[in-house]
Ligand binder design. Structure first.
Ligand code: SAH
Length: 254
């Protein structure tokens, strides 16, 4: 019997509660079609995904030992198990058609996973992921809250985000140092933002990099001196602006 030794540098915390695994697997609302699981590990989520015959499942796992384990325990996954690094894989080589993503994400790269989702948003209608509770709160935060930030605005521009439930550290082997949470992202109907999207990103990042300052000062590097007079929101701070406000500001600035 092969056993997978949890490796810290790969963010391996294996879920040992099957009820919870089933609940996470059941949190995908697009109930049919292509699904990619990131980091199946020893397959605790995978087993429930494979049971759903409406799902065409593929999984990508970086850890050789886990891949060897999965090949033995889930022979039916064999052709759809990719040994590789999600962050370095061209997603078009995995699925040619749109696909959903699910996973108990390795926490050391959860933000990078979400940024890759954003870059590939036209292909990814839905994501169900377990992340650190703190990251989940940040992503789902509404304007005006302390945790609302760059990730919240950039993701909320393209996805409707739900904080589904909090998960205790005790359901993992080994337990992580932080609490976890499961979130769901569903692609909204926005095809474009009605502004220069590159500038939008720059403005959001610059505004939050000095989040305590009024935008007049926080954005001074982007605005020619003295030219902020006619611009909206200059006396506000970044955390007070909704996605729509940032879009409006961008179109005024471009
Ligand atoms: N889904 C399993 C394991 C979660 S731990 C469970 O719920 O128990 C995170 C998993 O992601 C580990 O198996 C780890 O090896 C894998 N992983 C880490 N970095 C990865 C990467 N860049 N690409 C793909 N998988 C990765």
């Amino acid at each position: 019997m092969i056993w997978v030794k949890p490796k810290k540098h790969l963010g391996q915390h294996f879920l040992h509660d099957p009820n919870l695994a089933q609940k996470i697997a059941g949190s995908l609302v697009g109930t049919s079609g292509n699904v990619l699981e990131i980091g199946p590990g020893t397959g605790v989520l995978t087993q429930f995904l494979l049971e759903n015959k409406n799902i065409n499942l593929k999984a990508i796992e970086i850890d050789k030992e886990s891949v060897a384990y999965l090949r033995i325990h889930f022979p039916e996954l064999r052709d759809n198990l990719i040994e590789g690094d999600f962050l370095r894989t061209d997603l078009k080589e995995i699925f040619e058609q749109p696909f959903s993503i699910i996973g108990n994400f390795p926490y050391n790269i959860s933000s990078q996973i979400l940024f890759k989702v954003l870059e590939n948003r036209h292909m990814i209608p839905e994501v169900v992921g377990m992340v650190q509770k703190e990251v989940a709160e940040r992503i789902a935060a509404p304007p005006g809250s302390k945790t609302y930030g760059i990730m919240s605005v950039l993701l909320q521009a393209w996805y409707d985000i739900e904080y589904l439930f909090t998960v205790s550290e005790n359901v993992f082997t080994p337990p992580p140092n932080v609490k976890s949470a499961v979130i769901r992202l569903k692609r909204n109907h926005q095809q474009s933002l009605n502004c220069n999207e590159v500038l939008f990103k720059t403005i959001v990042k610059t505004a939050f990099n000095q989040r305590r300052k009024k935008l007049r000062n926080a954005l001074s590097s982007l605005i020619a001196t003295g030219n902020s007079d006619g611009l909206p929101f200059m006396d506000n701070r970044a955390e007070q602006l909704s996605v729509e406000d940032f879009v409006l500001l961008t179109s005024c600035l471009q």
